[in-house]
Design a protein around this ligand. Sequence first.
Ligand code: R2B
Ligand code: URA
Length: 312
Amino acid sequence: MSLGFGDEKNDLTCERSVCVKNPHLDSMKEDILYHLNLGTATDDIPAKFGDVKFVCVGGSPWRMKAFIEYIAKELGLADSSEAYPNLCEGTDRYAMYKIGPVLSISHGMGIPSISIMLHELIKLLYHARCTDVTVIRIGTSGGIGLQPGTVVVTKQSVDAMFLPRLEQIILGRSVVRSTELDGELAEELLQCSKELGEFETVIGNTMCTLDFYEGQARLDGAFCSYTEEEKQNYLAEAYAAGVRNIEMESSVFAAMCTLSNLRAAVVCVTLLDRQKGDQLTSSHDVLHNYQQQPQILVGHYIKKRLSAVKKS
Ligand code: R2B
Ligand code: URA
C-alpha cells in the first residue's frame, strides 16, 4: 500500500521556522543527537546554533572544512588562528563547522548516510529555534551531455525511473514523498553564477540513485549485465526526461527539507560526461578545481544575501 505525501505536507502550520513532525519528541526529557555527538542535556543548543541562517552540506568532511575556511574569508570573518573546531568532535560519523550564521556539515555517501545526518540536523535547528534557514547541498555528480566542470542546480530530483519521488518503507509499508525543491532559490543561484561569470551553470533535473555503478548505468563495476548500447539508451532516456546529472543524495535531501519547511537547493558540479565514459580520468588538480565551483557559487549567494540584510 502506498501512503501519499499530501497529508504530511498539508498540515504544515509554521512559517519559516523549522518543523519537526513527531509528537513523541515532546515527551522526551533529553534528545541525544547520537551521530553528531550533541544533545539537549549536554549542549546549550540555542546558544551554540541559534544564529544559523545557512547550512551547507556535502559528502566529504575534508571538503566541508575547506568550505568553512573559504566562506569565513569571503565574509571577512576569518579567525587569525584559522582554526575551525569540529563541532562533532568525539564521533567520526560526520564533521561539522560553524562561522557566524553559516554551518557546514559532511553527510557521507548515499541516501541512508545523509538521511541520518538530516534527521539530527533538523532536530538541532529546531531545538536551537532557528528561523529562515536555507540549506544547500554542494557536491559532485556525473553529467549527461554537459562539458565536465559544468555546475547543475537541481530543478527536480528524480529517481532511477525519472520520477520526482522518494520511496521509503516505513512499518513495512511504502511511503512516497515529494522531492520538490525551491524554484526561486534555484533561479537566484543561477543568477549568482551569471554574476560570477567563472563557469557554466545550468538548471536541470538530477537523478538520485542507490548505487554508483549499476545504479548509474556504469560498465566498470564488479558486476554488469547490460551492453554499452543499453547503457547509452538509458542515459539518452534520462536526458530526454530533463536529467542533466546523476548523484546519490538529492532525493532524500529534497524530501526531508520540504517536510521540515526548509528552503533548499542542490548544487553539484559534473566531474565527467557519462555519455563519454565511466571512469574518472581527469587529474587530481582538475577534479579539485571542479569541486570548488559549487563552493564559490554558494559563497557568492550567501555573501549577497547577507549584504542585502545589512542594507535593509
Ligand atoms: C556524488 O559523489 C559520491 C559518489 O562518488 C556520492 O556521494 C555522490 O552523490
Ligand atoms: N558522483 C556520482 O554519484 N556519480 C558520478 O558519476 C560522479 C560523482
